[in-house]
Design a protein around this ligand. Structure first.
Ligand code: F3S
Length: 78
């Protein structure tokens, strides 16, 4: 899947939601999140984000890898 990284925090441009053919990008309080099971990995959102916040999991390095778990947790029940 793809994830949204720290660049989205408090930016929340939102244009990525219009690029997603399966509507799997959801608004959170300070950033948007991609539902890991609904994402079809088309990559349409990756190039459209003005702050370059979206990447495929395997392209995420360093501290940004924490966002893979953060994204997952957002869609998990208690
Ligand atoms: Fe955030 Fe970029 Fe989407 S700033 S809301 S990931 S277009």
């Amino acid at each position: 899947a793809l994830i949204i990284k720290s660049e989205c925090i408090d930016v929340k441009d939102g244009i990525c939601t219009t690029s997603c053919p399966v509507d799997c990008i959801y608004e959170g309080e300070r950033m948007f999140y991609i539902h890991p099971e609904e994402c079809i990995e088309c990559g349409m959102c990756e190039s459209i984000c003005p702050v370059d916040a979206i990447r495929y999991y395997d392209e995420v390095t360093g501290a940004d890898r924490a966002f893979i778990e953060i994204n997952k947790d957002v869609f998990q029940g208690p």
